[in-house]
Design a protein around this ligand. Structure first.
Ligand code: NDP
Length: 332
């Protein structure tokens, strides 16, 4: 079997030589274990953090060891109760073509009649991040004006749709005309191309003008930096900011310059960090509500697919250059 390992800790943007594809002997199956042929592998921005040797909410990847990540595959051998050959399962031993792990560490896919890879995106970890981040962490309510960055990505595109299905007004920011068109097609009331000329704060104010609003009630932050500053500049009294990610700084050590930080105080803006794993206990609600919206045609899946295990690093690096629309996936 084959697996990707981290060979060197990246300095700034990772390069090809930081990764190696190794051959591993197939492990014999112990009692209670299953063998899974991975069909779909996830690449996610948080994996960049695990490449650094720093203490965080997940331990760093060990050098020379297979990396981990979300994966969906088919059980091809089972010595675990309740899991049969042919079952489609999700688990955490990604970045490889075959996984051997205890049956207690795989989950059968929920019965929602969608293609399996959607449980890595819209109906998986990024979808849960969007749903719980917007509704629980930011406490967004019908009628709120929601601003979301990286709005054409896996989390952002779901935030747009959950907000619209919940009766909110949404402004999305994304890089380039095609991505902005997608965000509009998902129901956003206004879009900002952050890569076009001019300061972001002005573009956000223009977008607010277009929809007849003075400011934002909720900011769902996937990016940090200038996006967070523009959100601060337009935050209404008692606005709520869910800080989900700061992809703008994952590959750099540059300090952020937030000109509008002090508006946190004047406008009593509440800013809260968001971690999807805190909300996993509410997964049943997520599948029920999202499954309902899906059946009503209120949710649309978008994904970008790279072909073959060899393409893993390329797909991963594409996250930082805007190479994906919707969820970035690798099909094994
Ligand atoms: P995406 O599918 O959104 O992919 C990343 C996108 O970010 C790219 O397509 C690109 O889109 C945009 N981007 C990259 N660099 C920059 C930049 N410097 N400035 C602005 N936009 C940039 O990834 P996910 O949906 O998986 O993740 C989105 C965010 O959510 C990340 O910050 C991630 O770390 C975070 N996250 C946090 C979780 C939590 O529990 N807290 C869980 C899951 C995700 P474009 O072309 O528009 O620039």
């Amino acid at each position: 079997t084959r697996a990707w390992t981290l060979q060197a800790r990246p300095n700034g943007m990772p390069v090809a030589t930081d990764f190696a594809l190794i051959e591993m002997p197939a492990a014999a199956l112990q009692d209670g274990e299953v063998r899974v042929a991975n069909r779909w592998l996830s690449v996610d921005p948080y994996m960049r953090g695990r490449m650094n040797d720093v203490k965080s909410y997940v331990p760093p990847f060990a050098l020379g060891e297979p990396m981990q990540g979300g994966a969906i595959g088919e059980v091809i051998e089972s010595k675990a109760d309740g899991i049969a050959v042919g079952d489609m399962v999700q688990h955490f031993l990604g970045w490889r073509d075959e996984a051997v792990l205890p049956g207690t560490q795989v989950q059968k896919l929920p019965d929602l009649a969608v293609p399996p890879q959607q449980f890595l995106g819209l109906l998986g970890m990024p979808g849960m991040t969007a749903y719980f981040g917007l509704l629980r962490v930011a406490e967004a309510k019908p009628g709120d004006v929601v601003f979301v960055s990286a709005a054409a990505g896996a989390v952002g595109s779901t935030v747009v749709q959950v907000a619209k299905a919940s009766g909110m007004t949404v402004i999305g920011s994304a890089g380039g005309a095609d991505k902005c068109a997608l965000v509009t097609s998902l129901g956003a009331d206004a879009v900002i191309d952050y890569k076009s000329d001019g300061p972001l704060v002005k573009k956000l104010m223009t977008a607010l003008g277009e929809i007849g609003k003075d400011g934002i009630d909720v900011y769902f932050d996937n990016v940090g930096g200038e996006h967070l500053d523009a959100a601060l500049a337009t935050g209404n009294m008692h606005a709520r900011f869910a800080i989900c990610g700061m992809i703008d700084i994952y590959n750099s050590a540059k300090p952020t310059e937030l000109r509008y930080l002090a508006r946190l105080i004047g406008m009593r803006i509440r800013m809260t960090g968001l971690l999807v794993s805190d909300h996993i206990g509410h997964a049943a609600e997520f599948y029920r509500v999202m499954g309902g919206w899906l059946a009503e045609g209120k949710l649309h899946n978008s994904e970008t697919v790279f072909d073959g295990l060899d393409a893993m690093p390329e797909a991963f690096l594409g996250l930082f250059t805007g190479g994906n629309t919707g969820k970035m996936l690798v099909k094994v």
